[in-house]
Design a protein around this ligand. Structure first.
Ligand SMILES: [Zn+2]
Ligand SMILES: [Zn+2]
Ligand SMILES: [Zn+2]
Length: 128
């Protein structure tokens, strides 16, 4: 496990991290590049408002920024550029989120969940 990613991987496992790790182990992928790629990917699925992993549906503003499904109902305009929200969803980012799993964040809870299931699980988690 990468040192820089310890915090991140406490709650988040990224499928491509494991794919990249195998390439790194095989000497095909430079470890620095691997680190860069994984962090960039995680950054791209963060909601720019709450900085949590964005839970779909991800609605876009007219300039292409998105807000997560928790933040969007609380905003009347885009939090980054103040443009109006459209009805368009960012399916590309939603698909990346669908490849990720996370722990719920309560210590001791062993369950690993799809990102879209984390919120519902947290409400009834026996470890909270
Ligand atoms: Zn958010
Ligand atoms: Zn915007
Ligand atoms: Zn839990």
């Amino acid at each position: 496990m990468l040192e820089c990613c310890n915090d991140l991987f406490k709650y988040l496992f990224v499928y491509s991290y494991f794919v990249n790790s195998r390439l790194t182990a095989a000497g095909v992928l430079d470890p620095t590049l691997q680190k860069e790629m994984v962090l960039k990917m995680v950054e791209s699925v963060e909601c720019p408002i709450c900085l949590e992993i964005a839970i779909p549906p991800l609605i876009q503003c007219s300039k292409g920024h998105f807000a997560c499904s928790v933040c969007r109902p609380k905003l009347d305009k885009c939090g980054l550029c103040r443009s109006k929200f459209t009805k368009a969803r960012n399916f590309a980012i939603e698909n990346i989120v669908a490849t990720m799993v996370a722990k719920c964040g309560y210590s001791g809870c062993p369950q690993v969940l799809k990102i879209s299931q984390v919120r519902e699980h947290k409400e009834k988690c026996g470890y909270r």
